[in-house]
Ligand binder design. Sequence first.
Ligand SMILES: [Zn+2]
Length: 300
Amino acid sequence: MGNIVNSAEYDYAGRRKLIDSLCEKYGFIKKRVIGRSCGGRDITALKIGAGEEYCLIAAAFHGSERITSVVLLMFIEKLCGAIAEGGDIKGIRAARALNGKGVIFVPCVNPDGCEISLRGSVACGELAGTIGKMCRNDFAHWNANLRGVDINHNFNAGWQQLREREMAAGIYCPGPTRFGGFRPESEPETLALTELCRTVNIRHVTALHSQGEVIYWSYAGNTPARGKKMAEIMATSSGYSLDTPVGIAEGGGFKDWFINEFGRPGFTVELGQGKNPLPAENAGKILDRVSEMLMLCIMM
Ligand SMILES: [Zn+2]
């Protein structure tokens, strides 16, 4: 029988259908809408397993990085198959990886941005003209949400300092990328994740971005020792390198906020290599490279 998720482009409707098919096939997936985007699109969380602690893996914070959503959905399908059949992924038994804990996946944090990057002006509704002007009709590289706020600059961790660096880089107002909003946590996409983390006991978070084959694991002085150890294991497994963000890439991100708020590990993983948006057909190859890393991440 064929796979439900393939190395292909999925728009919002297509992704919803995939998620419904996965939930139908694997009755143990618990689906919950944790928020709605500026454009009214669902931000969906899929929970597998249960326990006192959950690990959280989220993808597609940036529109042009929507391949991360496909990679994550492919991984979810593989994991569910392995759970259902008592099987393993890269030699790691799924049931054992999940023993006593659960995992929450958010396959697409920024559904508006992904839709704009994939489908262009038709995805923008009545904002089509404004967004077209903001990006000079280069919709494919759109990373922000529908309001032109970059979700991964909108979290409340060093947000003010990041704002100053944005302005120094000439970014003052909403646009395709790197504008962090007029205040931290102003966006519904950001709030969907922060509220989830505040209400569920989350052991660690992993944010999937593209591209560069790099793992970021630290923020300010608050990174727990366990975070560095985990990052080293993840790097060894994937062959990705470890790095520390500098300049405009530092602060405001989901992993930064999570580390800062909870003193628990948070990671940004830059999947794949090339120029965003990476071709959808690369998704399977990328997953093959990182599926052991994701299993280890769930185990740790
Ligand atoms: Zn990104």
